[in-house]
Design a protein around this ligand. Structure first.
Ligand code: FPP
Ligand code: MG
Length: 318
């Protein structure tokens, strides 16, 4: 899935912008600068900045400014991953050691905060107040993590609660990235709303696939053990569907933080082999359809790229 290619992103300029942000602050400890740089230049999909550039195709904007904003969205996402890996006690990110393994938790939290604040300083310079108010809801990222923590090993979680959490966790930043680019390109308000709804639905679909891949993808491609979400107590859509299966459900419901690896692995195997994966894929496809519907009235020749992206996401295997 090469979204960067489909959206004709100038990868070199984007990389340059990300590098510049980190290089500008001379006070940043070189060890941390290198770590942030390694993480930002590891095998990430560059999804959020791609959406920012894509958003700009619906109007006209200064390329340099657009790519600066795009880089900021990649950094906000990266900061959230730094904190997420601490919360999830993850040893690996994209196949590499996570930052808190090297630095300890406290320094790494500060480093994550540093990155978010650096982004805030830059975003503030754009001064598009109504955009912040209506579309830039990144504090909801934190709400999603708080909700997720409060629901760990809670097998009563409903479909609605899962979708709400998923929207906050992933879809909002994707939608904000897309609309941010569009806003900077002076796209009209009613079109911003269509793009926003497209981003939200696409983002939910994207996260559902992530949650499926957590079970199904080859361990080496995933860069973490299969079923890591469940092991962490994160009850995702495949688990919600598996809980409806009377044969599997009692075994899953017995899982707690202290369950053995054998018990977890048995449940993970049962979920993979149940129809929960197929059902989750169906829901994910349904959100892609909603994304398509959201842009039905959008009149612009760049709209075909938005459709191409949906087709590509439908085929997503990593
Ligand atoms: C990855 O989830 C996590 C997120 C997309 C959001 C995490 C948000 C926070 C930690 C709130 C703080 C935010 C900022 C900006 C500092 P995952 O664990 O399902 O994905 P993974 O498998 O890639 O780890
Ligand atoms: Mg995680």
């Amino acid at each position: 899935m090469d979204l960067v290619k489909i959206c004709h992103i100038d990868k070199q300029l984007l990389d340059e912008k990300i590098k510049n942000f980190l290089d500008q602050d001379k006070e940043l400890n070189p060890k941390y600068r290198n770590q942030l740089s390694s993480l930002l230049f590891s095998s990430g999909k560059r999804l959020r900045p791609t959406f920012t550039v894509l958003g700009s195709y619906f109007g006209s904007a200064d390329k340099d400014k657009i790519y600066s904003l795009a880089a900021i969205f990649e950094m906000i996402h990266t900061a959230s991953l730094i904190h997420d890996d601490i919360i999830d006690k993850a040893d690996l990110r994209r196949g590499n050691k996570t930052l808190h393994i090297d630095n300890g938790v406290y320094d790494t939290i500060i480093l994550g905060n540093y990155l978010v604040l650096l982004c805030s300083e830059y975003v503030a310079k754009y001064e598009f107040e109504d955009y912040y108010y209506n579309f830039f809801n990144i504090t909801d990222l934190c709400h999603s993590e708080i909700i997720q923590q409060s629901l760990l090993f809670n097998f009563k979680i409903t479909f609605k609660e899962y979708i709400h959490k998923t929207k906050n966790k992933t879809a909002l930043l994707i939608a904000a990235s897309l609309v941010g680019g569009a806003k900077l390109a002076n796209v009209e308000d009613h079109e911003l709303t269509m793009l926003y709804n497209y981003g939200i639905n696409l983002g939910i679909s994207f996260q559902i696939i992530d949650d499926i891949l957590d079970f199904t993808q080859d361990k080496n491609n995933l860069g973490k053990p299969n079923g890591a979400d469940l092991i962490n107590g994160n009850v995702t859509l495949p688990v919600i569907f598996a809980l409806k299966n009377k044969k599997i459900s009692p075994k899953i419901r017995k899982l707690t933080k202290g369950s053995s690896t054998t018990d977890f692995n048995k449940c993970i195997e049962l979920i993979i082999n149940s129809n929960a994966i197929k059902k989750s894929k169906r829901v994910s496809k349904n959100y892609l359809k909603r994304a398509k519907k959201a842009i039905k009235k959008l009149k612009h020749n760049q709209k075909t790229i938005l459709y191409d992206l949906l087709s590509e996401l439908e085929k997503r295997t990593y």
